[in-house]
Ligand binder design. Structure first.
Ligand code: PEP
Ligand code: MG
Length: 592
């Protein structure tokens, strides 16, 4: 038995066998020598077979989560795979040109890419696009990866993991826990794990050297601890603790039926952040005011392709029918959220690169269909809002509004209905726009503060880098002052302002936001009950006074200590919940 320490980023207990994420890239050189052709063709055939299996399964998954209509596109792709000509063309390149299987595929992708850029007919373009998509999948399958295995009940162990891989793994069976070397509280893979309540520990140094495949693990996501090869007694104790925690959490859900009101009668709204439409059904049933942030880029990350306008229309419409209101955020692509299907430039510093709205403005073929789909979906219940990520300046807001007006004009000409009064808003997650919040508020209908990115840019610390991400402390007085300023300005202009970053999903932090004047919260689904419990058990006027005092303190750490002490005195029950869900993490993180 040994104990590994890391940072606790998603609470709870996970018990299972270690399963490593394998994603070895294929290592064939571009050219082969005579005599190696048969081996390359065999590899190619195997990769095609694997791709077929993957597509069949993806089709079933999409059918069961999104409905039959959405899976039609995969039928088209499966048909392409059956086309012997594709294999013949690739085989010919291997035999005649002595290309490796990878090189043959790359050459074919280039060929189709050339055709794609010349074709104007929409349907033909879609078809060429599908062929490219298939070729990329085959290329990926020439390398070794175990992503598509069943991950249920195992503990995923990896040095690092991409959000798209996390999404894929979860769709293949909910793992017990994640143990990672790389990552931070608001890294996207971690946000996903939190949304599904999967305990996660990051920052475990040399994780792949310290754990062996198949070893028994107990992951304590509350303490940031991983027990390797636990004793039988430890396993049974942790199983009992896991059951108790689960029962407590289930009981807590009762509170979702109560009105959204603080102890002193101040109303608030509590919405959720979602990544997959398939999450929606269960969440809607449990009780929420709606979706405050739909991270639509996950539609691309999971399917590894761009959904068409019609497909998006259906997804947004269905969601709008399940919830009282939904805020659809335009694709926030770039940085760690990329798909092979789309062109991205190599960037030295992707978090500060062409991401979010910047990418969309330079890829209008992606932007327009999405804006049109959101507008068209808004026609039915008029409960959809449109939101843009990563806005940096007022010019970008103006450009966004022009695109929306332009898309509305197109729809009018085509006789397609939309909500004329659809609300258009922005994420406030770049410091420059946070400083100009009152001028931004005049231009848009609402603001949503993305504390994950805003802290990363304010504190100049990569949110995904476990060595510096603890600096992104939302309780730091610098950040609290900025939040107070923004909330006040938005309220002065009578514009709705919410927080959808992970700060709102942390119990103590949510109470702090209430004290800073916030009334609209959008949180990770698994945290909904606890945040509701906290907000409805404290008094707004007490929190306001406590924050005023806290703001005079010098650091996030002091503020956190002070607030915890006060909570213990005034709201002991809530304090116990906070201690349970949020913990002193290893002395390494500064936040609760
Ligand atoms: C944020 O930055 O706080 C946010 C909600 O956006 P994302 O986490 O998707 O970058
Ligand atoms: Mg963001």
């Amino acid at each position: 038995m040994k104990v590994l320490k890391g940072q606790a980023v998603v609470g709870g207990i996970g018990i299972g066998k270690a399963k490593f994420l394998k994603r070895e890239k294929s290592i064939s050189p571009p050219k082969i020598i005579k005599g190696e052709e048969a081996e390359q063709i065999l590899r190619l055939e195997r990769a095609i077979e694997k791709t077929r299996g993957e597509l069949e399964e993806l089709k079933q998954h999409i059918e069961s989560t999104l409905g039959k209509e959405h899976a039609l596109i995969l039928d088209a792709q499966l048909l392409i795979l059956q086309d012997r000509k594709l294999l013949e063309e690739l085989t010919e390149r291997i035999i005649k040109d002595l290309d490796s299987a990878e090189r043959a595929i790359k050459a074919l992708i280039e060929k189709y890419h050339g055709i794609f850029s010349q074709v104007e007919d929409y349907h033909l373009r879609e078809k060429v696009h599908d062929i490219e998509d298939i070729l990329r999948r085959i290329e990926k399958n020439l390398g070794e990866t175990n992503l598509d295995e069943n991950w249920a009940q195992s503990v995923v162990v990896a040095k690092s993991i991409f959000p798209s891989e996390t999404a894929y793994i979860i769709s293949r069976g909910r793992p017990e826990a994640f143990v990672l070397e790389f990552g931070g509280e608001t890294y996207h893979a971690v946000i996903l794990a939190r949304a599904y309540g999967i305990p996660t520990v990051v920052g475990v140094e040399n994780v792949e050297g310290k754990i062996r495949e198949g070893e028994d693990l107990v992951v304590n996501g509350d303490e940031g601890v991983v027990i390797v090869s636990p004793t039988r007694i430890q396993i049974s104790n942790y199983k009992a603790l896991k059951q108790t925690l689960w029962e407590e959490k289930e009981k807590l859900k009762e509170i979702l039926k109560e009105p959204n009101e603080t102890l002193d009668g101040v109303p608030f709204s509590l919405l959720v952040n979602i990544e997959f439409p398939s999450e929606a059904e269960a969440i809607a049933k449990e009780g929420t005011d709606g979706v405050g942030l739909f991270r639509t880029e996950y539609l691309l990350l999971l399917g590894q392709r761009v959904p068409s306008e019609e497909e998006q229309l259906e997804i947004y419409t269905e969601l709008s029918e399940k919830f009282r209101q939904i805020t659809v955020r335009l694709f926030d692509l770039g940085a760690e959220k990329r798909i092979a299907d789309l062109p991205f430039h190599e960037e030295e510093n992707p978090a500060m690169g062409e991401r979010g709205i910047r990418y969309l403005f330079s890829h209008k073929d992606l932007l327009y269909p999405q804006v049109r789909a959101i507008l068209r979906a808004s026609a039915r219940r008029r409960n959809i809002k449109l939101m843009a990520p990563m806005i940096t300046n007022l010019d970008e807001i103006k450009e966004l509004l022009l695109v929306v007006e332009d898309a509305k004009g197109q729809l009018r000409m085509e006789g397609k209905p939309y909500d004329e009064k659809i609300k258009v808003g922005i994420m406030v997650e770049v410091p420059s726009i946070a400083m100009l919040v009152e001028r931004a508020a005049k231009l848009v209908d609402f603001l949503s503060v993305g504390t994950n990115d805003l802290t990363q840019y304010i504190f100049a610390a990569d949110r995904a880098n476990e060595r510096v991400s603890p600096l992104c402390n939302p309780l730091d007085p610098a950040f609290l002052k900025l939040l107070r300023f923004m909330i006040k300005k938005a309220r002065d202009y009578k514009k709705e302002i919410s927080v959808c970053g992970e700060m709102a999903s942390r119990p103590l932090h949510a109470a702090v936001l209430l004290g800073l004047g916030l009334r609209d919260f959008s949180v990770s689904p698994a945290m909904l009950p606890i945040i509701k419990k906290v907000l409805s058990s404290v008094e707004e006027n007490v929190m306001r006074r406590k924050i005023n005092t806290a703001l005079r303190l010098a650091s996030g750490r002091e503020i956190e200590k002070y607030l915890l002490r006060e909570m213990e005195k005034i709201y002991p029950e809530i304090y116990r919940w906070i201690r349970r869900v949020c913990h002193e993490k290893n002395g390494k993180t500064l936040g609760v």
